[in-house]
Design a protein around this ligand. Structure first.
Ligand SMILES: [Zn+2]
Length: 264
C-alpha cells in the first residue's frame, strides 16, 4: 500500500495520543461480569460491603482508567513491559520503582483484606484490583518490543488506522461481537467446573508469563513487517480466540483471587 499524506497526518495525530489504558470498557466489564458469577456467598457480601450503593464489579471495572489522570502515581500500575524474547523467570527486573501490574496486585489484595483501613480505602483497593487483574490478561499490557507495548506500532485494521496496543484493547473484541451476536452471552456465561479448573491453574507469575507468550505468538508473531502493518480477516481470525481466552481466564482468576481475599 502506498502511504498517502492523509494517512501520515492521521498517524501523526495518533502518535500524540496518550498511551492506551488497557482492555476497553467492554473487555474489563466482561472479565468482572464473569468473576461475579464465580464468587462464593461470603465474597459476594464482602464486595457489596466495600463498594458504594448501586456499584457492582462490572460497573466499576474501568474506574481505574477514569482516574488515571488524577491519580498519577497509578499510571504504571496498568502494565509491565517484558521484552518479547525474555524466557519465563523473574518478572521483578521489569517492574519499575513506581510499580507494575503484577507487582501491585498482591499489595491491593493486602489492602482489601486490611480491616484497619476504612471501607472507602478498602473499596478503592478493590476497584483497582478488579481492573488490574483484567489488564494483566491483555497481551500488550505485558509483552513489549521496545514500542511501549505496541503503542508505537502503526497498523491499519480492517481499513481503519490504529496502533497494535489499542487494537488489542477494543477493535478485535468489537469485531468478534459484531460478527457473532451470541458471543457476548458466551463470554459472560458461568464456566463449568472443568473449564474453571483449567483456567484457574497457576499463580500471578505463571499468568504474567502466559500473557507475555500470547503477545509474542498472537499479537507480534502474526504481524507483517511493513509499517503501517495492514491487518484484516486473517489477523482477526487468529487474534479473536486469544482475546476470548484471555477474557475467560481473567474472569475466573479474578473470582478466585476475590474468593481467597474476601470469601474465607
Ligand atoms: Zn488499565
Amino acid at each position: 500500500m502506498r502511504v498517502s499524506t492523509k494517512w501520515i497526518g492521521i498517524f501523526a495525530l495518533l502518535a500524540m495520543a496518550p498511551q492506551a489504558f488497557g482492555w476497553g470498557k467492554e473487555g474489563h466489564r466482561l472479565i468482572a461480569h464473569l468473576a461475579m458469577q464465580h464468587l462464593n456467598a461470603k465474597a459476594k457480601a464482602g464486595v457489596a460491603q466495600l463498594l458504594a450503593q448501586g456499584e457492582t464489579l462490572d460497573s466499576i471495572a474501568s474506574w481505574a482508567d477514569d482516574v488515571r489522570n488524577q491519580r498519577r502515581e497509578t499510571s504504571t500500575w496498568h502494565y509491565i513491559n517484558i521484552p518479547l524474547a525474555t524466557q519465563p523467570g523473574d518478572w521483578k527486573p521489569f517492574c519499575p520503582a513506581t510499580g507494575c501490574v503484577v507487582g501491585v496486585i498482591p499489595e491491593l489484595i493486602a489492602k482489601v483484606k486490611d480491616t484497619s483501613l476504612t471501607t472507602t480505602q478498602r473499596g478503592e483497593a478493590l476497584k483497582f484490583l478488579v481492573h488490574f487483574v483484567g489488564d494483566m490478561h491483555q497481551p500488550l499490557h505485558v509483552g513489549d518490543n521496545g514500542d511501549r507495548g505496541g503503542n508505537d506500532v502503526q497498523v491499519v485494521y480492517l481499513n481503519r488506522p490504529t496502533n497494535l496496543h489499542s487494537l488489542w484493547d477494543t477493535p478485535i473484541l468489537a469485531t468478534a461481537e459484531e460478527r457473532d451476536p451470541q458471543l457476548k452471552a458466551r463470554l459472560e456465561k458461568k464456566a463449568g467446573i472443568f473449564e474453571r479448573r483449567r483456567l484457574a491453574k497457576g499463580n500471578l507469575a505463571d499468568w504474567v508469563w502466559e500473557t507475555k507468550a500470547a503477545s509474542k505468538q498472537a499479537a507480534y508473531g502474526q504481524l507483517p513487517a511493513a509499517r503501517p502493518a495492514i491487518l484484516g480477516d486473517e489477523y482477526f481470525a487468529q487474534a479473536s480466540p486469544v482475546v476470548q481466552l484471555q477474557l475467560r481466564r481473567g474472569g475466573v482468576r479474578l473470582a478466585q483471587l476475590l474468593n481467597d481475599t474476601l470469601g474465607k
